[in-house]
Design a protein around this ligand. Structure first.
Ligand SMILES: Cc1cc2nc3c(=O)[nH]c(=O)nc-3n(C[C@H](O)[C@H](O)[C@H](O)COP(=O)(O)OP(=O)(O)OC[C@H]3O[C@@H](n4cnc5c(N)ncnc54)[C@H](O)[C@@H]3O)c2cc1C
Length: 378
């Protein structure tokens, strides 16, 4: 008879870890099965930005704030190191400044405008050339994504007795039995498949019809910058204002979008907006681009990297611009939903599609889902 658990989670990315934690918090026994020796998917390839500012007012922003509380809980428990660094959106053009002012006036998020001088006092990363103003938000936080997935898994194992099987690929889930390619089997009341961008191995018939899109992002890092504090606020640019849904409610948003499309169509072509995140060891993670579905290839484009660096040089200053690492990540995303959750059979659920907000949203989304599944009002 195979070993039994209340819950088996497939995938040890941030979504799988969030479900494992939320199930364990509710007193359930949990096993997580991950095909690689340590998580290597989108959850270790990102900026490590916990980014509530990108979520529109209402339920999504509330979920991001709930996630934020849960990240802080993890920090207090010693499961992760994080910085409550906040974020600054920089404006270098009139239309960017207009959108930031409109967003602040809406009062939906806890933000304030900074003069160019105030930005430069707070943030040595910001490039003073042409800087009009900035928008400060206190809610954003930073983790090192490469450490966070590992340390959260270790904490779940040691402090909460969640079991993990790394280097083990699940090949089928039927009638409460989870089977792996190395011939092992486990029984579970509930199986949650959190396979990230893998829409082909488990239940492809559901995942490929769920309206998910795959998106490839190119990223870079520069070596430790000794003049920067690991507590430096995340930096985003005017280009970012067209990327996150939260800014769409601003009257000047369309005009900004149209101006960027006509001046720099190459940025729209590759979905480029630019951001910078300072890691605990003072490396700076830089990005990014967005290329979808049939345009995704295994090969990274030097042209895209050059465009990202060209735009970043306009908004930030670094002591050392020599790129030390280049990589790409792929996530699954639904155009309208913050996550796709499908019950394919009693007790078997698929959960993926957090798009570019999985670090920000996963804990809050998982908490809400577990309340819903257990009939608790939230
Ligand atoms: C470049 C980049 C930058 C980003 N920046 C940010 C950011 O700063 N802030 C933010 O909020 N979000 C960001 N995101 C989005 C965020 O990283 C993703 O939404 C999130 O990591 C998705 O988590 P996941 O667990 O679904 O997927 P993954 O991290 O890909 O994990 C899925 C896991 O499932 C495993 N798996 C799959 N199939 C099987 C199987 N059959 N058996 C066993 N294991 C299996 C895989 O090996 C993998 O480890 C970024 C994403 C990328 C790519």
């Amino acid at each position: 008879m195979p070993a039994g658990y209340d819950v088996v989670v497939v995938g040890a990315g941030i979504v799988g870890l969030a479900h494992a934690w939320m199930a364990r918090r509710r007193g359930l026994s949990v096993l997580v099965i991950e095909r690689t020796p340590a998580a290597q998917g989108a959850s270790v390839r990102n900026f490590g930005m916990i980014w509530p500012i990108g979520q529109p007012a209402g339920k999504l922003h509330e979920t991001a704030i709930r996630s934020r509380e849960l990240w802080l809980e993890l920090q207090q428990a010693g499961a992760v190191q994080l910085s409550t660094c906040g974020s600054i959106h920089l404006a270098h053009r009139d239309d960017e400044q207009a959108v930031l002012e409109e967003f602040c006036d809406q009062g939906s998020h806890n933000v304030s405008l900074l003069t160019a001088q105030q930005v430069l006092q707070q943030c040595p990363l910001a490039n003073p050339a042409g800087l009009r103003c900035g928008m400060l938000s206190q809610t954003e936080m930073r983790v090192d994504p490469r450490q966070a997935s590992r340390s959260i898994a270790e904490w779940l194992a040691e402090a909460l007795q969640v079991d993990f099987e790394f280097g083990t690929m699940v090949c089928s889930v039927t009638d409460g039995t989870v089977q792996t390619t190395n011939g092992r089997r486990w029984q579970a009341q509930t199986v949650i498949v959190c396979g990230g961008s893998d829409l082909q191995t488990l239940f492809p018939e559901y995942l490929q019809q769920a309206g998910l899109k795959l998106c490839k992002l190119q990223m870079l890092a520069v070596p430790p910058q000794r003049n920067l504090s690991p507590e430096s606020a995340h930096i985003a640019s005017g280009l970012t204002l067209r990327h996150y849904q939260s800014f769409e409610s601003c009257p000047g948003h369309q005009q900004l979008r149209a101006r960027i499309a006509s001046e720099t169509p190459e940025l729209d072509r590759y979905g480029i907006h630019v951001m910078a995140s300072v890691m605990p060891d003072q490396r700076v993670i830089l990005g990014d681009s967005h290329v979808y579905d049939h345009e995704i290839t295994p090969f990274d484009s030097a042209q895209i990297d050059d465009l990202i660096l060209r735009e970043l040089r306009k908004i930030i200053r670094l002591e050392d611009w020599q790129v030390s690492e280049r990589w790409h990540g792929i996530y699954a995303k639904h155009p309208q939903q913050p996550v796709v959750v499908t019950e394919v059979a009693p007790g078997i659920r698929l959960c993926t599609g957090t798009g570019g907000a999985g670090m920000t949203m996963s804990f809050g989304l998982a908490d809400r889902l577990w309340n819903q599944w257990q009939g608790v009002a939230s």
